[in-house]
Design a protein around this ligand. Structure first.
Ligand SMILES: Cc1cc2nc3c(=O)[nH]c(=O)nc-3n(C[C@H](O)[C@H](O)[C@H](O)COP(=O)(O)OP(=O)(O)OC[C@H]3O[C@@H](n4cnc5c(N)ncnc54)[C@H](O)[C@@H]3O)c2cc1C
Length: 403
């Protein structure tokens, strides 16, 4: 195998490129847009993702752009009281990183892009959407619209990291099974206000459960991000005043907030029926999507990228059979279904469904008095348990480099 193409320069495609580059595997990346996106979206980085970034040599740069979060809170929005605070230090014997980073997705992609620029094995082409992909014998033929011109190229392997509407996934007719939530999610980003003045003791990551309107609140180095459910019927009534009112209602202050960004997202729970078809693999949102409560989407995509790259490195350098990639598919599909989907679906229910809210409250209060129970919960929700389970089957086989 000589030529590998990655479609999509989001956090997942770039992580795959960096991982391959570190393993001395050359790769070409194509990105539809003219530059990396700077739109606020993911920001939570869980401990296994920090382990990967350490191994890839970007941990210090990511840390510089991150708020380090050592605990998160569950609040009851009805009476504005803290239900529980879970401290990640209980994980200190399980990981080198018993905390979360809050780092905006675009800082992460900029850091990886800078690192890739210094690597002669990597080519990135912007303004280059993939239009078509066809597998012919042992080759993958792609049609790319490069700066308005149709170009045909041939690769030995293609990685689709082209997001939820993946052209790569569709080209292989892979069903994307699951559901789309009826309610939408409104993301609001606020600068220049300290919400701990409105909620003394507030943690940078706080979930306010409420059957009428839950709030997930995330702080990073420059802003606070609010995620709130939204009835799609009122979407066309949204304007800046409506958004201001949402934040006024939350903070209890009648001021004008510095709202730097707001956007409505649809939320889905879907996993592709296949992550691998011969010489084409899909990773990240192209392969699985979930609601953002718990911050697992991008993290699990980065884990896909890391595992797939390690398998491909063995095919590239050791000349092992492509059959070993079935291990990637089995491990990552299991992780998406049994870990990410399980927790994110539960998180959405525990934010809005009265019965589930009460159940979660009770569970969290019990954890406050039972360190082992808190640890077990945090091992799962910090993605450590799933990552380590998968790693056991991802054999740490030695790679034989040509040079
Ligand atoms: C509000 C919100 C908050 C979130 N918070 C978190 C969080 O805290 N933690 C977390 O882990 N996850 C979070 N997520 C989820 C996370 O944002 C996604 O899982 C992540 O962006 C997926 O990365 P990706 O690289 O797979 O896809 P994308 O980020 O969608 O990137 C895909 C890239 O492919 C490019 N592309 C698309 N089509 C083509 C084509 N045909 N040819 C070439 N290029 C193409 C796109 O332009 C894009 O650059 C959040 C999501 C939302 C909406």
């Amino acid at each position: 195998m000589e030529k590998i193409l990655i479609v999509g320069a989001g956090p997942v495609g770039l992580s795959a490129a960096l991982s391959l580059a570190k393993n001395k595997v050359p790769v070409t990346i194509i990105e539809a847009e003219s530059q990396l996106t700077t739109v606020p979206k993911a920001s939570t980085l869980h401990p296994p993702t920090l382990e990967i970034f350490d191994e890839l040599g970007i941990f210090d740069e990511v840390k510089e752009k991150s708020l380090i979060v050592e605990s998160f809170q569950q609040w009851d929005r009805g009476n504005n009281k803290i239900v529980a605070e879970l401290k990640l230090e209980v994980l200190k014997d399980e990981t080198k990183y018993p905390y979360r980073f809050q780092c905006e997705q675009h800082h992460l992609t900029e850091i990886i892009q800078k690192e890739l620029k210094e690597n002669e094995n990597i080519d990135i082409f912007f303004d280059s959407p993939l239009e078509k992909l066809k597998q012919v014998g042992e080759k993958v033929e792609v049609t790319i619209n490069r700066n308005g011109k149709e170009v045909k190229e041939t690769y030995d392997f293609v990685i689709g990291a082209d997001g939820a509407s993946s052209v790569v996934r569709k080209s292989q007719n892979i069903p994307f099974s699951g559901l789309t939530y009826p309610q939408h999610h409104l993301l609001i980003c606020v600068e220049d206000h300290d919400f701990t003045e409105d909620y003394p003791g507030l943690s940078p990551v706080s979930y306010f459960s409420d059957s009428e309107e839950w709030v997930a609140l995330i702080q990073n180095l420059s802003m606070w991000k609010f995620l709130i459910p939204l009835d799609p019927k009122i979407e066309d009534q949204l304007d800046d005043e409506y958004i201001q009112d949402k934040i006024r209602k939350f903070s209890g202050r009648a001021k004008t907030f510095n709202i730097v960004h707001w956007v409505v997202y649809r939320a889905h729970q879907r996993v592709a029926d296949k992550f691998l078809v011969n010489r084409v693999a899909i990773i990240g949102d192209a392969a699985h999507v979930n609601n953002p409560l718990g911050g697992m989407g991008m993290n699990s995509g980065v884990h896909d990228a890391y595992f797939l790259s390690n398998y491909l490195t063995r095919v590239y350098h050791n000349k092992e059979s492509l059959d070993i990639l079935k291990g990637f598919e089995r491990e990552r599909q299991t992780s998406a279904k049994e870990e990410v989907q399980k927790h994110t679906i539960k998180n959405e229910e525990a934010a809005s469904n009265e019965e589930e809210i009460e159940k979660r409250k009770k569970e969290m209060q019990e954890m406050m008095n039972d360190r082992e129970k808190m640890k077990r919960y945090l091992l799962e929700t910090s993605m450590i348990k799933g990552f380590n389970n998968r790693r056991i089957t991802d054999t740490d086989k030695e790679v034989v480099y040509d040079d």
